[in-house]
Design a protein around this ligand. Structure first.
Ligand code: C5P
Length: 231
């Protein structure tokens, strides 16, 4: 890690829009993107595939260390995610995999096993890192840190619409409940809990569109890196 490889971190709970915001910001800057949640999701799927229980920390550590996951960027900047060569881009987005990911993400050995893999995404001209602990643990020296928030109801509704668009049918009430459970687990875990870094800029996205959040982030980026924004 050197000062020459700038990092912008975008942390927050699911449904705050941080995934899509990070994608757009990375694209406009022409920087690389780390979707760290996808890494935990792929690991959860690998555990399911190899019949490893979500609380078997020792086995999950080994699985994480040898995880054969690839993020392949396509011409349209869309990333295809492969697990052991198989396209799992859509499979990892289900609520079932998300919940399993949140359980295994609470295990210290798993987080440590995935640490260097995440830091390896850092490269020139820069990286936009999306997750829960990007600003606090993985890239504490990031040039800029953002923390996105939104009310649980708004987030559940966004998630509901997102899944519906993908043809995945879910019950909105169940989604609110699952979201609260997942939040609680993510916020209360002893290692790398979901919380803003001390030097993070917090953005409440409840009444903002994706484009407005992107504009806010890019205006901060431009203060530090005046000429990098691509149109
Ligand atoms: O962001 P996404 O919903 O894809 O993340 C899935 C789960 O992975 C989260 O609920 C969280 O528990 C975990 N995660 C994490 N640290 C990250 C990214 C995701 O613990 N940096």
């Amino acid at each position: 890690m050197t000062q020459k490889e700038p990092v912008i971190t975008v942390d927050g709970a699911s449904g705050t829009g941080k995934g899509v915001v990070s994608q757009i910001v990375a694209k406009r800057l022409g920087w690389k993107l780390l979707d760290s949640g996808a890494l935990y999701r792929v690991l959860a799927l690998a555990a399911q595939k190899h019949a490893v229980a979500v609380d078997n920390e020792a086995a999950l550590k080994v699985l994480a260390e040898h995880l054969d996951a690839q993020f392949v960027t396509q011409v349209n900047d869309f990333s295809v995610i492969l697990l052991e060569g198989e396209d799992v881009t859509d499979t990892i987005r289900t609520e079932k995999v998300g919940n399993a990911a949140s359980k295994i993400a609470a295990l210290p050995a798993v987080r440590i096993a995935l640490l260097n893999r995440q830091r390896a995404f850092r490269e020139l001209p820069g990286l936009v890192a999306d997750g829960r602990d990007m600003g606090t643990v993985i890239f504490p020296d990031a040039s800029l840190k953002f923390f996105l928030t939104a009310s649980p109801e708004e987030r559940a509704l966004r998630r509901y619409n997102q899944l519906k668009e993908k043809g995945i049918s879910v019950n909105l009430t169940d989604l609110v409940e699952e979201l609260r459970e997942r939040d609680k687990r993510d916020q209360e875990r002893p290692i790398a809990p979901l919380r803003p870094a001390e030097d993070a800029i917090c953005i409440d996205t409840d009444h903002l569109s994706i484009e407005q959040v992107v504009a806010l982030i890019l205006s901060e980026v431009n203060k530090i890196f005046p000429v990098v924004t691509l149109e």
